[in-house]
Design a protein around this ligand. Structure first.
Ligand code: BTN
Length: 319
């Protein structure tokens, strides 16, 4: 009912009287008052004038389905959002519910207390300043192909930023950089049988509206936020909607047409690595080489110091 009243207020151009709401939903004035107060608690700024009724003055900066939906043009991704004010990790939650939820369900939290990065690292996720989300996917593809989903995610974030006139670079396979510093990381996890995927959880973390002081001292050389780089507050709802829209298009190509060529083109054109000398870290082992390309399979093509050329499909790369 809270939702219905919210929609009515959102659709109304001016004040909506208590009488109109009461007639529409067959409820008492006291009940309406209760719902209005609940909406105010959610952060909706609602003006109430005794002779006129209620009017929404401003919407809260929160990533609920109601707030994100106006920005979505997808058929299934993001149509079910499990929203949390605070949570340990959206990836962890998504894995807990993945068997019971449909493909395309997105878990979002305003804050993560135990955000998880790659290689067991902690992911700093302060309240209301980023996008911390995990998408549940159930592609019928060979589990070996799952790492490609990370590239689809990276390409989607890059395209979404571009739609908002923000230039970025993709550092294969899972980081997005602005001005050479990381603003986004992707952590893709899966649950599978020998040759069948049960589910994939793709977690995306974006430092959107961090101020300098929100970046831990030891990360200042490596990380930044979109706000710090552009000096403007970014509309998180618009960015989130854009990412989900771009991702769904690339994901459908991957799942149904078995192609990732559009995403590869984006990853190549905006690559932070092609042409660079890099260190490739795999466990204890470190090798030096030059990145030549990203091939159609999404692998990094590297020329090693001994002249051999190899395709790398996973690993940590540093410039
Ligand atoms: C990386 O190390 O670069 C990957 C970071 C991934 C962070 C995101 S935030 C949303 C989701 N939930 C998590 O606990 N981690 C991912």
């Amino acid at each position: 009912m809270k939702q219905k009243i919210l929609n009515m207020l959102k659709n109304g151009k001016d004040f909506i009287s208590g009488e109109e709401i009461s007639k529409e939903f067959h409820m008492t004035r006291a009940a309406i008052w209760k719902y209005i107060n609940a909406l105010k608690e959610d952060g909706y700024n609602i003006e109430s004038v005794p002779s006129k009724g209620y009017k929404i003055i401003s919407l809260p900066d929160i990533l609920t389905l109601e707030e994100v939906e106006p920005y979505l043009d997808t058929s299934f991704i993001g149509r079910n959002i499990k929203y949390f004010d605070t949570i340990d990790s959206t990836n962890k939650k998504a894995k807990e519910i993945a068997f019971d939820e449909n493909e395309g369900t997105v878990v979002i939290s305003e804050e993560q207390t135990e955000g998880k990065g790659r290689l067991g690292r902690h992911w700093v996720s302060p309240k209301g300043k980023g996008i911390w989300m995990s998408i549940i996917l159930k592609p019928k593809v060979d589990p070996i192909k799952v790492s490609k989903i990370t590239l689809l995610g990276a390409a989607a974030v890059h395209k979404a930023l571009k739609n908002m006139n923000i230039e970025s670079q993709i550092k294969w396979p899972n980081d997005i950089l602005i001005d050479g510093k990381k603003i986004c990381g992707i952590l893709t996890e899966m649950n599978c049988e020998l040759n069948m995927i049960n589910y994939v959880v793709m977690g995306i973390g974006i430092n959107v509206n961090f101020n300098q002081e929100d970046i831990p001292v030891d990360l200042k050389d490596k990380a930044m936020s979109i706000k710090i780089s552009k000096d403007i507050e970014i509309n998180r709802k618009e960015l989130l909607g854009n990412i989900i829209n771009e991702f769904e298009k690339l994901y459908i190509d991957f799942r149904d047409k078995k192609t990732i060529s559009k995403a590869i083109k984006v990853c190549r054109e905006s690559s932070a690595l092609i042409g660079k000398e890099v260190r490739i870290i795999k466990g204890e082992e470190e090798t030096l080489g030059k990145v030549l390309d990203i091939n159609e399979e999404g692998e990094l093509v590297v020329e090693f110091q001994d002249g051999t050329v190899d395709n790398i499909y996973s690993g940590e790369v540093s410039v």
